[in-house]
Design a protein. Structure first.
Lengths: 369, 517
């Protein structure tokens, strides 16, 4: 720890905190000058001779050289909040990230970073997902965690957080890659997931603390998600989806892509179906999926709820009319042919047994798959 | 010479008698009018002068003084033209003063002497009757509304000359009530006309929605409908008004007064006993909804008194407009305080509101809806918690499927449903006899135990629900009130488990219902 603090001095924090420079240029600068401190003190003349910096980057860099108070505050803040910084040249830095085209110079993180021995899979998808996508992502997260595979994702609303919640639920490791400062929980509604990730998994970001979640940071964040993962699984995506940026990065980095198929008519599955058409692997179940990656582990999410909980005849009838697509009360009334009173009674008991949930006023889905 | 004529002004939906005195004497020719007059009353001076001249009556130049008393009430409105004109003529000696005795006059006069309709005639006639007057002279167009009041003679005024003749005739005993169409058109006010245009039978399928409508109508509960555009929310709201039992004579009269003071009596004329249905557009202002103005007029809430107020696109209403609903929903009347006094309008309404689940309207159909969770939450937050707390029932409305629309099955008509609603309301009236309460939705918390006894099973269920759904106390009682209505619909004395279950199904939304991730 002491050694680490020596390595990561305020000049390293300063260099890591420059958000206008891509990671690879920071690394090149540091190698060129030998130390981050020397970059900070570099003469204007020697900076001018750096070929890979654009004029604008040089200007910004010269301006940034004079300011260290902000960095000192950041160092204090990180110490106080138990935020660590790992640099590209340190042992704790994920090996996989070093190999990508534009590795981050340093990673701010809380909790644990993914460890070298563990297999990693990126699970990404739409933020405004359907109940089907949400249930699939949750199931995938749980089963991957059971196979001791780390789930890498972006902690966004929808698929990302469903998968990460699933992984944590089964006691697995999951890592959230943020597109904002490490201390900023975005979306704010995911506070509880954020806390759990800090405690049981990890959260990391290449941006310094307090960085606001701006749209321009997120595509760059996606290269870290794919970079950390051996393979990327897309659960749900529209034809034009941000998740496809992650896919592009993954392809660039030579990773495999898998996609969860869906109905042709579902807008949210059009992106994933298209990926399969273009040659992505098709995801049918976690066991097959892992076998293809040569991970042979027991995924054993054992049998559906139906077998665990005994259902009455009528309950079974109501249950059989439900799926992962939300069904309204009106439709159920017509499909089951039951009277309103009987239907309500059975829905109530099914809800109590945890087989069915009301996802929206008078709309119901199954809870398991 | 001096003369005096009775008239009345409208104050809220009540009316106060006002006397018009006129004095004519020698002096500089002029006409002075005093008695706290608003500008439209002051302008009467010019109208009257022209109207008298154009009626062929010549007034020699003299000093005319007109006083309206009591002097501490601000006189506004246009009904003073006729009484002032008659007072002046009497003061000039053109008509005998005794002709004007015991008669209340009201009406606006045109420059040609023609008498034009006025607002608020019904409350005036009622006030006249209360004050012991036996005859009222009102504009011809307002005769129908004036005739609702029984045992008072109505003289229809058409023009200044005709009125002079009319009162002459009357005081000589030449007036025959039958000639004027008789006093009572009870037959017309007693019958209930079916509103065929928006009958309940017109809604195909949509069993859940219809069930919710019937519960809401039976216990007079407020209802919130959620659903995508074009799913039939407006139609259902219109139909709810038709399954409510007809107004009682007393209620109809009170409502007629509201319409009378706004000059909209014509709308009640055709179907006197029908429950009103008002659907103000979402751009309505606070004054438009609750009533207002320097001289207050009733707003949409009062026009929907004893009937249905339907607010479509609830989220589009301005927040202050929605908040103004809260007080009348509790107190069933609106009190407007002005410098000139406090005006009280009745506002006993059944509120039906409709809204889309999200700004595009298609949630939870993710094929069409791309709203993010934050957007949906923002959409919902346009409606305040206290208002949501006042919605007793909430129902999801789904677009009917084509085969339902074209199905040959005949649906129940409004009249058939109304029979059941009436029966349920009779049970309630019997239960609340001796109190001011009429419907289950009005049961105060203190009387819950007395009137809403739960079966042990149901009690257990409510206890679970209270904890699981994190209900507020208000929400808890609301569910029991609705369950009471459902039990009454079955004629059950005690509230059973199944009643609670159904009530929970239709419970109002909380923010958590949108579990949209």
């Amino acid at each position: 720890m002491r050694e680490h603090e020596q390595r990561c001095g305020k000049y390293e924090y300063w260099l890591a905190g420059l958000s206008f420079l891509p990671g690879r240029k920071k690394i090149s600068l540091e190698t060129m000058f030998g130390k981050a401190e020397r970059v900070f003190h570099a003469e204007a003349e020697s900076l001018n001779q750096v070929l890979f910096l654009t004029e604008r980057e040089k200007d910004y860099l010269k301006k940034a050289q004079k300011q260290l108070e902000g960095t000192e505050r950041t160092v204090e803040y990180c110490k106080e909040k138990h935020i660590s910084l790992v640099l590209w040249c340190e042992g704790g830095y994920p090996q996989a990230l070093r190999e990508i085209y534009n590795p981050p110079y340093g990673l701010f993180y809380r909790g644990k970073l993914p460890c070298r021995e563990q297999r990693t899979i990126g699970v990404v998808g739409s933020r405004n997902c359907s109940p089907y996508g949400k249930a699939m992502a949750g199931k995938i997260g749980r089963e991957l965690a059971m196979a001791e595979v780390a789930v890498i994702s972006g902690m966004a609303a929808g698929i990302d957080s469903a998968a990460q919640r699933g992984a944590l639920q089964s006691g697995g490791y999951s890592c959230g890659v943020l597109g904002c400062g490490i201390d900023v929980c975005y979306p704010a509604g995911n506070q509880e997931l954020y806390e759990r990730l800090v405690a049981e998994g990890g959260v990391l970001s290449e941006y310094p603390p307090h960085t606001a979640p701006l749209a321009m940071y997120f595509p760059q964040r996606n290269r870290i998600i794919s970079g950390l993962s051996e393979c990327v699984l897309v659960v749900e995506a529209r034809e034009k989806s941000g998740s496809l940026i992650t896919v592009d990065f993954a392809l660039e980095q030579g990773k495999d892509i898998y996609a969860v198929p869906g109905r042709v008519s579902d807008v949210l599955s059009q992106g994933t179906n298209r990926l399969i058409q273009q040659g992505a692997g098709i995801f049918l179940n976690v066991e097959d999926f892992l076998n293809e990656l040569h991970i042979f582990a027991k995924t054993g999410e054992n049998s559906s709820l139906k077998q665990k909980i005994s259902l009455e005849n009528l309950e079974r009838l109501v249950y059989s009319c439900l799926g992962l697509n939300p069904r309204s009360l009106e439709e159920l009334l017509m499909k089951t042919g039951l009277s309103l009173g009987v239907l309500i009674e059975n829905l109530e008991t099914l809800q109590r047994k945890g087989c069915v949930s009301e996802i929206y006023k008078n709309y119901y889905i199954r809870c398991d798959i | 010479m001096y003369s005096i004529v009775s008239t009345a002004i409208v104050c809220g939906i009540q009316s106060i008698l006002v006397q018009v005195e006129a004095d004519v004497c020698d002096g500089m020719p002029a006409m002075e009018m005093v008695g706290v007059l608003s500008s439209e009353v002051k302008e009467a001076k010019e109208r009257i002068r022209a109207a008298i001249r154009n009626s062929g009556i010549c007034l020699p130049p003299k000093k005319i003084t007109v006083n309206l008393y009591p002097a501490d009430i601000r006189k506004s409105g246009t009904v003073f033209d006729l009484p002032i004109a008659l007072a002046i003529l009497a003061a000039y000696g053109k008509i005998p003063r005794k002709y004007l005795e015991g008669i209340l006059f009201a009406g606006e006069i045109g420059l040609n002497g023609e008498i034009r309709p006025a607002a608020g005639v019904l409350p005036m006639v009622l006030a006249a009757k209360e004050a012991g007057k036996e005859v009222v002279c009102v504009p011809r167009e307002n005769v129908k509304e004036a005739r609702i009041v029984e045992e008072i003679t109505i003289l229809p005024g058409e023009s200044l000359n005709q009125v002079i003749k009319l009162i002459e005739n009357y005081s000589k005993g030449g007036w025959n009530d039958e000639e004027g169409g008789g006093n009572c058109n009870i037959e017309e006010t007693e019958t209930y006309h079916e509103n065929i245009a928006c009958d309940f039978a017109g809604i195909h399928g949509q069993k859940i929605l219809k069930r919710a409508c019937e519960i809401a109508a039976s216990g007079r509960h407020n209802m919130l409908m959620l659903g995508s555009p074009g799913s039939g929310k407006t139609m259902a709201a219109r139909a709810v008004a038709t399954i409510l039992p007809p107004l009682t004579q007393e209620e109809a009269l009170e409502l007629a007064k509201v319409y009378s003071v706004t000059g909209m009596f014509g709308q009640r004329e055709k179907n006197f006993r029908e429950r009103p249905y008002r659907n103000p557009h979402h751009t309505v202002s606070v004054a438009g909804l609750a009533g207002g103005g320097a001289v207050p007029k009733p707003g949409e809430i009062s026009l929907a008194h004893k009937g249905v107020l339907f607010l479509d696109e609830l989220t589009e209403f301005k927040k202050p407009v929605l908040e103004v609903l809260r007080q009348p929903l509790e107190e069933r009347e609106i009190r407007l305080v002005r410098k000139s006094g406090t005006y009280c309008y009745p506002a006993d309404i059944m509120l039906i509101a409709a809204m889309n689940p999200c700004s595009c309207g298609y949630f939870p159909d993710r094929n069409r809806c791309t709203c993010s969770k934050a957007m949906i939450e923002r959409h919902l937050s346009k409606i305040s918690r206290p208002l949501l707390d006042r919605m007793d029932l909430c129902v999801e409305v789904q677009r009917p499927m084509l085969f339902e629309l074209t199905a040959k099955e005949t649906e129940e008509t409004s009249a058939e449903v109304r029979v059941r609603v009436e029966r349920t309301q009779r049970i309630q009236r019997k239960r609340f006899r001796g109190t001011e309460i009429l419907y289950n939705s009005q049961i105060p918390a203190a009387f819950m135990e007395r009137w809403c006894s739960l079966e042990p099973e149901g009690e257990k269920m409510m206890k679970e629900a209270f904890e699981q759904l994190e209900l507020t106390v208000r929400g808890y009682y609301r569910i029991i009130r609705v369950a009471r209505t459902i039990a009454d619909m079955e004629g059950a004395e005690q509230i059973k488990r199944c009643h609670i279950q159904e009530s929970l199904l239709f419970r109002s939304i909380d923010r958590k219902v949108w579990n949209c991730e």
